[in-house]
Design a protein around this ligand. Structure first.
Ligand code: GLN
Length: 303
């Protein structure tokens, strides 16, 4: 497969794509990012690397980090995770509070904010130095020792934390947060503030496409655990647009409001896109379009 030419075609065809959205306005620090950035990096399990556009520029991975925190929590707690977080699509926005009351503080899945905050609480309990240990884990799975938190972004999220603070306090009232709410939120804001390039992001998700093993050969999760998390990304990775992403792209993936998307075809490739203009559901407009072009052109969708 000539991925280099295909990425070029996608870049050309995406140039004229009419975007209607804008960069996220919910986190002031992220509202400063140039809306016209666009990059793609595709890494094959065989070892090929193909990048285009701004694929080597760092951006805020935001909710994409939720797939990595759940992977780490899964390696500590295995199926016990699902006693505190569900595995069903929510059909609601990523920051919605609405289902929590009916479901007695058990979030629908680990990719909506409520679920990710519960996962963050699990990691605060399991890790000795949660923020340092999580960063070390990210550096290990990506093979990139220079990945960092962006402390300005973490602070900006803290300054505007009201909805996430409401979620965390509400969860705590149901007994589904073990630690101090502020400590859990601090961890959550830091995980969201991690910066990566498309290249680093694609490598970080390599183990999801490689039966649990990183590019460097480290077994991060079992084959069956990775199958389960890929299934969750497929059904819940794009919140109330998970159906649309499955329908158009047909790959498991995860998005973030920094404009990044990572998606993968098990045993074949991982691809990361970055374009900061978001649609109404908080997913990158151009990123979704580019991935739809990719699976159409390559014929490589899991469906
Ligand atoms: N940090 C963001 C928040 O908590 C993450 C949301 C996202 O990327 N969808 O609201």
């Amino acid at each position: 497969m000539d991925y280099a030419s295909i990425l070029q075609e996608i870049q050309q065809e995406s140039n004229g794509f009419p975007t209607k959205g804008n960069v996220t306005l919910t986190i002031p620090e992220l509202a400063k990012v140039s809306p016209n950035k666009f990059g793609i990096h595709l890494t094959t399990i065989e070892g090929g690397d193909f990048g285009i556009g701004d694929s080597n520029e760092k951006f805020s991975i935001q909710s994409i980090s939720k797939a990595l925190t759940v992977a780490l929590a899964f390696s500590f707690l295995d199926e016990k995770i699902w006693e505190r977080v569900g595995v069903e699509p929510s059909g609601t926005a990523f920051n919605s509070l609405i289902q929590l009351e009916h479901e007695k503080g058990i979030p629908r899945n680990p990719f909506i904010n409520a679920g990710a905050i519960v996962i963050a609480d699990m990691l605060v309990s399991c890790l000795k130095n949660p923020k340092d240990d999580f960063l070390a884990y990210i550096r290990l799975i990506s093979g990139s020792p220079t990945i960092e938190y962006n402390l300005d972004v973490a602070q900006s999220e803290k300054d505007t934390r009201f909805r996430n603070a409401a979620l965390a306090n509400f969860l705590k009232s149901f007994g589904n947060i073990e630690n101090d709410v502020d400590v859990v939120l601090d961890f959550y804001f830091h995980q969201c503030s991690i910066e990566m390039t498309c290249n680093e992001l694609a490598h970080s998700f390599y183990f999801f496409a490689n039966e649990g093993k990183t590019k460097e050969g480290k077994q991060i999760l079992t084959k069956s655990q990775v199958k389960r998390l890929n299934a969750l990304m497929q059904t819940c990775g794009f919140y109330d647009e998970s159906g649309e992403f499955t329908y158009k792209v047909g790959l498991p993936g995860k998005s973030g409001i920094g404009g990044g998307i990572v998606a993968l075809f098990p045993k074949v490739f991982v691809v990361a896109t970055w374009s900061p203009k978001l649609n109404r559901k908080g997913n990158s407009e151009l990123g979704m379009h580019a991935l739809e072009l990719l699976t159409n052109k390559t014929g490589m969708s899991i469906f």
